[in-house]
Design a protein around this ligand. Structure first.
Ligand code: ATP
Ligand code: FE2
Length: 335
């Protein structure tokens, strides 16, 4: 059976993943760029990706016992993302495509987060709460497009968590460590109340914002609140805001499935909140395995597979990257 290869390189992660033509997933081999200090510098991340790509590809095919001649097509993230990082993935995809004589499929990274979730969970027509480092969007399908019906007006929620973590000396990615500290606080303070540590709650209509809560959380630590308590409150406030917009989206669209996606969807607390909200209104919450919430090549391969089934390929001359590609840019012709 043929394999679709997927290459992810929108930001900090370079990853090869795959999916068989029947939809069986092949786990990704990934490398995460961790800056020694400060935020992610696009050029440094791109250098990291190009340095590791050769060995990572060998690891992916040998670990999963994939003969190279079994690869039917090469899908890659065409956008959105950091230009220098996207360019590495696109170049690797072009050279593999040329060497193997197999077609290229340029895919929309945001839509790939949706399609891997649908494949893994079996949900049909969800509202997607896409919570990652760079993006925070509430998305629903309307005809042949995934429409963004609410989104952050400033930074992504994951980026907010990472930035807060950095101010406290916690290295990238900060989200998992914040979750751990918040859990510790909750365990030792089972009756903790948000009244004691209120943070800004950034909702404007269907849109969200996170820069105010970031500044306020840093201030709370300076004021003497424990880091664990601030992490707990930061999660409670920012996740509730996302879940509130997601609930409104369910109400407006009349849909009855909520799908979580993106790296922040690894967090158990946001999953709990999603489940509780859905149960309250007779809906169902879904999320893929953690390895498919964070950026990964397998999700790129899965969207490539769906596009290929509808004969959508990318010609070499159309394979330029698009750092500002929008979720609703892609025409969704598959079910
Ligand atoms: P995109 O390009 O889609 O915006 P991304 O580049 O942010 O994606 P992802 O791998 O989807 O990459 O998400 C990474 C983000 O997820 C980081 O901000 C990280 O802190 C956050 N994250 C990962 N695990 C957790 C967790 N357990 N709790 C909260 N946040 C998490
Ligand atoms: Fe992503």
């Amino acid at each position: 059976m043929g394999v679709i290869l997927g290459i992810e390189s929108t930001a900090h992660t370079f990853s090869f993943g795959g999916v068989y033509t029947n939809g069986k997933t092949i786990p990704s081999s990934s490398a995460l760029f961790r800056p020694e200090q400060g935020g992610i510098h696009p050029r440094e991340a791109a250098d990291h990706h190009s340095l590791l790509s050769g060995n990572l590809f060998k690891e992916f095919i040998s670990k999963n016992h994939i003969p190279v001649n079994q690869i039917d097509a090469i899908a890659f993230s065409q956008g959105p993302g950091l230009g220098p990082c996207l360019r590495v993935g696109a170049s690797v995809a072009r050279s593999l495509s040329d060497k193997m004589g197999k077609p290229l499929v340029g895919v929309n990274h945001c839509v790939a987060h949706i399609e891997i979730g649908r494949l893994q969970t079996g949900c049909q027509d969800p509202v997607l709460l896409y919570v990652s480092g760079g993006n925070t969007q509430v998305i629903a399908r309307n005809g042949s497009r995934y429409r963004v019906i609410g989104e952050t007006l400033d930074i992504g929620i994951g980026n907010m968590l990472d930035k807060f973590a950095r101010t406290q000396g916690i290295p990238f990615p900060g989200g998992p460590k914040i979750e751990k500290l918040a859990n510790e606080w909750e365990k030792s303070n089972p009756s903790a109340s948000l009244d004691e540590i209120i943070l800004p709650y950034g909702i404007q209509g269907m849109d969200l914002s996170f820069s105010g809560i970031l500044t306020a959380a840093v201030q709370k630590v300076s004021d003497g609140h424990s880091l664990q308590e601030v992490c707990w409150s930061l999660q409670e406030h920012s996740f509730s805001a996302c879940i509130e917009v997601a609930e409104r989206a369910l109400a407006h669209t009349g849909k009855s499935e909520l799908l979580l996606g993106g790296g922040v969807a690894c967090n158990e607390r946001i999953r709990d909140m999603a489940k509780l909200m859905c149960e309250d209104r007779g809906a169902t919450a879904f999320w893929p395995e953690k390895q498919y919430c964070v950026d990964n090549g397998t999700m790129i391969a899965e969207l490539g597979r769906k596009m290929l089934k509808h004969n959508i390929y990318t010609k070499l001359e159309d394979s330029a990257i698009d750092p500002s590609m929008r979720t609703d840019h892609a025409e969704v012709v598959w079910d």
